[in-house]
Design a protein around this ligand. Structure first.
Ligand code: C2E
Ligand code: MG
Ligand code: MG
Ligand code: MG
Length: 275
């Protein structure tokens, strides 16, 4: 393309860069308005006990219903993290998810755990423990029914600080899971020390189970590592019956994925709870 454009080359790239910056700024301006305009919603994806099919939890996943259509978290969470907007957004997610879980309990459904994704920025602020305590008090949800999902990079960034914060969260009774496990660089010695309840096997390994012996070996290794450390192991991104059977046979405890259910609205999730 550069060759075709010849000496307009520079102009071409300058325009492109400009567009990108303008787009980003426009997106950021819309993102700033999203909370006051009530444009965020949470969808919920069931977590299943693989052995008996029971719904044991729900992962809250944010959706942005913007004026220009649905925007996936993959495209705005990074921007929210860079700009610090993840802080108010994170508070909204935590509050909404806890309130929803409490509402399901009050409606008489068997209690489940609600899982909320935390970005490293939220932990770095250092007041996450107070935030969580406040939200639990406000919503009346018991701590044991809240789980926080963090990624390995969160642990690795400031080990001592994360260790202290996670320990305090766990003392409250909140559960901690390690999301996208296997894709980061956490050393196994952190894992032994770290106050964690669940390992979530990243969906990339689950996706390749049928075609890659390496992925199958990695999945089995994560499951036995988790069990040896007395952790629960959950597999993300289960899409086929074959994957499900492999995981069940390998004694993986829990699972999530399109095979069981996509993330759905709270109304739809309630229908799943009724089954
Ligand atoms: P994650 O926490 O690892 O969430 C799993 C992602 O995989 C979700 O994408 C989910 O919809 C998708 N998924 C679930 N089952 C399947 C499956 O069987 N096949 C495939 N291909 N995908 C599946 P989603 O909702 O687009 O979220 C993407 C990421 O955005 C999340 O990854 C999480 O890191 C982040 N995110 C989502 N909601 C929040 C939030 O409220 N706060 C923060 N900080 N991050 C969030
Ligand atoms: Mg997650
Ligand atoms: Mg994940
Ligand atoms: Mg992820």
């Amino acid at each position: 393309k550069a060759k075709e454009l010849g000496r307009n080359n520079f102009q071409y790239f300058a325009t492109e860069m400009n567009d990108t910056a303008t787009d980003r700024l426009a997106l950021l301006n819309r993102l700033r308005q999203a909370i006051p305009n009530h444009e965020f919603v949470l969808h919920y994806q069931p977590k299943i006990n693989l052995a008996n099919g029971d719904i044991i939890g729900a992962e809250a996943l944010i959706r942005w219903n913007s004026a220009e259509g649905m925007v996936s978290p993959g495209s705005f969470i990074p921007l929210a993290e860079e700009t610090g907007l993840i802080i108010p957004i994170g508070v909204w997610v935590l509050e909404t998810a806890c309130r929803q879980n409490r509402a399901w309990q009050l409606a008489g459904y068997a209690p489940i755990t609600i899982s909320v994704n935390l970005s490293s920025r939220q932990l770095a602020r250092g007041d996450i423990v107070e935030q969580v305590e406040q939200v639990l008090a406000e919503t009346g949800l018991e701590a044991q029914y809240l789980e926080l999902e963090i990624t390995e990079s969160v642990m690795a960034s400031d080990v001592e600080k994360s260790f202290a914060l996670l320990t305090r969260l766990r003392l409250l009774g909140v559960k901690i899971s390690l999301d996208d496990f296997g894709t980061g660089y956490s050393s196994l010695s952190y894992l032994k020390r770290f106050p964690v309840d669940t390992l979530k096997i990243d969906q990339s390994f689950v996706r390749d189970l049928a075609t890659s012996q390496d992925s199958a070996a990695i999945v089995k290794a994560i499951i036995s590592l988790g069990h040896n450390l007395n952790l629960t192991v959950l597999a993300e991104g289960i899409e086929t019956e074959e994957q499900f059977q492999f995981l069940l046979k390998s004694a993986c405890n829990e699972g999530q994925g399109y095979l069981m259910s996509r993330p759905v609205s709270h109304q739809h999730f309630e229908l799943l709870l009724q089954r």
